[in-house]
Design a protein around this ligand. Structure first.
Ligand SMILES: N[C@@H](CCC(=O)N[C@@H](CS)C(=O)NCC(=O)O)C(=O)O
Length: 216
């Protein structure tokens, strides 16, 4: 199977996780951020992740891909743990702030989707329409970091185990880890201890890399 992604995309990280967690081989291919044609030719729109199945057909939508791989590959499904309404609420709240922190940083991390200037330019132009200029976003770093830090403090006591946020792997891990992973590109943000242990362990288990080494 082949998974088409952007390296910064949290929805793509969801799909990558299930392959890593289940040790299912998959070939990753990164589209340039301004390559509209390739995804459109596969699923009719510019959107990732896209899974190319063994039969050659294409499947969009991260959670559909996760469900498909979990139920059709490996010995048995692994995402069988409980879900937490509190964790879902905290994810939603973090998402009010994280985009403004992350988007201006993504283009400086050396990611494959931003390998050309035109790919960077098209990303900057499309995001700036929604969130203001990247310079304005970067200028808000300290207030955004403060807001996210407060939410991470709420999350920390809820994390039951570094190997599974609710004690046994569930869809909460698939939704939580990518959000935390992307925050690792923000240098000024500190992760509370259980959250740090969780994001570090889950990166290893799922084979999805973090950005701590390149944080800005
Ligand atoms: N509901 C979709 C959302 C995927 C999504 O929003 N992907 C973004 C990247 S993070 C995308 O491809 N946006 C189109 C673009 O960047 O032009 C899923 O879960 O797969």
């Amino acid at each position: 199977m082949k998974l088409y992604i952007y390296e910064h995309c949290p929805f793509c990280a969801r799909a990558r996780m299930i392959f890593g967690l289940k040790h299912i081989p998959v070939k990753l291919e990164v589209f340039l951020s301004d390559d509209n044609k390739s995804p459109e030719s596969m699923i009719g729109e510019k959107m990732v992740p896209i899974l190319q199945k063994d039969d050659g057909s294409y499947m969009p939508e991260s959670l559909d891909i996760v469900d498909y791989v979990d139920n059709n590959y490996g010995d048995s499904p692994i995402l069988i743990g409980p879900k937490s309404a509190k964790i879902a609420e905290i994810i939603k709240n973090i998402q009010q702030y994280d985009y403004k922190l992350e988007c201006p940083r993504y283009i400086k991390l050396g990611l494959a989707e931003f390998a050309t200037q035109s790919a960077i330019d098209s990303f900057v132009a499309s995001k700036a329409q929604k969130m203001g200029s990247f310079d304005e976003c970067l200028a808000q770093t300290s207030s955004l970091v403060l807001a996210v830090s407060k939410l991470l403090e709420q999350l920390d006591p809820l994390i039951v185990s570094p190997q599974a946020c609710n004690g046994q792997l569930s869809l909460d891990d698939i939704c939580l880890f990518p959000v935390l992973r992307n925050l690792t590109c923000v240098k000024d943000l500190s992760f509370p201890p259980k959250t740090l242990a969780y994001v570090t362990a889950m990166a290893k288990l799922s084979q999805v890399d973090l950005f701590f080494d390149r944080a800005i």
